[in-house]
Structures are given as structure tokens and as C-alpha cells.
Design a protein around this ligand. Sequence first.
Ligand SMILES: [Zn+2]
Length: 82
Amino acid sequence: MTTPRYRCTACGNLTRFDVTTTTTEKAFYHYSVGGDLTIEDPTVLKMTVEEVSCRWCGHGRAVEELRDDTTGTDAVPEEAGQ
Ligand SMILES: [Zn+2]
């Protein structure tokens, strides 16, 4: 599972964010005869990002998600002629 990167367009922050997530996790619950629990093989089935806020600005109003296809290449030339 890949985690997206974020950018705050207000201050240019790329590295410090408060991220609130909700995860759905499956795990093997292994109880001893005495009732002691050992949780094994936790697997994240689903992760939802609830909120991302910039650590510097203190809010998430200007935070945008960076996608892989926005890394450096110029936009596709338009066919608009002159
Ligand atoms: Zn910021």
C-alpha cells in the first residue's frame, strides 16, 4: 500500500504534516489457555485519510496531494493551434 505525498501550497511545506487516518485491520488473535492475548500478523485491509493539516500553518486548507504523474514532466502539448 502506497502512501501519497503532500504539499502545502501556502508555505511550501513538503515534509511536516499531521495526518488523521482510519484503518481497518485484520489480525490473528492468539489466546493462551490462561486468556493472555497475543496479536499476530496484523494486516491493514483499508486505510482512509480523514484529515491532513500542515504542521507549519496549523491547518489543511492549502494542502494538496502529490500524485506520481506530477513529478516534473511538462504538461501534454495542447492541440489548440494558434
Ligand atoms: Zn503550510
